[in-house]
Design a protein around this ligand. Structure first.
Ligand code: TRP
Ligand code: SF4
Length: 327
């Protein structure tokens, strides 16, 4: 039996945070069983950052290092930058001919994001941004992927992808499968200040952080503000550290909460425990990160080889697409 095909991608935002880890762990698992394509979606980054392109190249490399640190293996999966595979753009153009505008305008996050970013002074009332989900459909369908591991936020994009595939198959010839979503269970980790974890809030726990960085980030976690002395009874329900203990300290979690409520454990000690648990999780990632960084030219080589493999597969699809359309 031939292996199924998977595609997924991320926009290159530079170094990742531990909130991305559950998605990456899922990708790592899938590379054993499927023919996996993992795209660094640099064209997608341009849809909102077309006027600030100076860091894109370094962001691609930084994200790639984190992917490798998390365990993606270029011997087992195909890793590449989207912009190095022009077939994505060709298929996007082809789809743009037959996709009704209303399909794109009704993608739930679309109007919202135009407004949100508009308020921040960024004009994304562009052709490219409207086409964001269509480019994503092309990313997926150009490899005729059967499945796409994504978070819940991406489901509307995947639904559109299926509609686009269906319409193409109906208008011309059946070329595309209708890919299904593989929802990964995402552990929701708050940022150190209790808001959503996001680079722009400066509240992240960096993936594969070094020990000093990790200590600093754990120490910055907001605890029960009502606690002054370590013997004051605390309320773990309002504490960011407790949310993390809930995920990382599983067996001990209830016990820590109890001690907090009784004033039997201080926040410094509680954070130290959490730091140790995070350190255990992060140290193999950090190790791999260092090994990757030691090899000169390795990142370029991965992207180069990955793009060659991706172009070959994408080109085969495009030949069928051209034949089906008759051009
Ligand atoms: N839109 C996705 C995100 O913001 C990134 C992405 C681009 C993607 N192309 C894709 C995800 C194809 C899955 C499949 O996270
Ligand atoms: Fe939070 Fe732990 Fe301090 Fe309680 S003891 S407030 S759970 S850091």
């Amino acid at each position: 039996m031939t292996k199924g095909t998977i595609l997924s991608g991320m926009r290159p935002t530079g170094r990742l945070h531990i909130g991305h880890l559950s998605v990456l762990e899922n990708w790592v698992r899938l590379q054993e069983e499927y023919n996996c394509y993992y795209a660094i979606a640099d064209w997608h980054a341009l849809t909102t950052a077309y006027d600030e392109t100076e860091h894109i190249k370094e962001n691609i490399k930084e994200m790639l290092v984190d992917w490798l640190a998390a365990g993606l293996d270029p011997e087992k999966c195909t890793i590449f930058a989207q912009s190095q595979v022009p077939q994505h753009a060709e298929l996007h153009l082809m789809f743009s001919m037959s996709t009704p505008l209303s399909w794109l305008e009704r993608v739930p996050t679309y109007k919202d994001q135009v407004q949100q970013l508009g308020k921040m002074g960024k004009d994304i009332n562009t052709y490219g941004f409207l086409g964001y989900p269509l480019l994503q459909a092309a990313d997926i369908l150009v490899y005729r992927a059967d499945a796409v591991p994504v978070g819940e936020d991406q489901l509307p994009h995947l639904e559109l992808t299926r509609e686009v595939a269906r319409r193409f198959n109906h208008l011309y010839k059946p070329v595309f499968p209708e890919p299904k979503a593989l929802l990964s269970k995402v552990k929701l980790l708050p940022g150190v200040d209790g808001r959503k974890m996001s680079k722009s809030y400066l509240n992240i726990i960096t993936l594969a952080a070094d020990q000093e960085e990790l200590k600093k980030q754990v120490n910055a976690m907001v605890t029960d503000p009502g606690r002054i002395r370590k013997t004051d009874p605390g309320n773990p329900d309002v504490c960011v550290v407790d949310k993390y203990q809930g995920i990382y300290a599983s067996a001990e979690h209830e016990d820590i909460r109890e001690q907090c409520r009784k004033g039997a454990i201080g926040c410094v000690q509680c954070k130290k425990k959490l730091y140790q648990l995070l350190e255990e999780q992060q140290s193999p990632l950090r190790q791999r990160r260092m090994e990757v960084l030691k090899r000169p030219g390795y990142l370029d080589e991965i992207l180069h080889e990955g793009a060659i493999k991706a172009r070959k597969a994408a080109q085969e699809t495009m030949e069928e697409v051209r034949a089906a359309v008759g051009i």
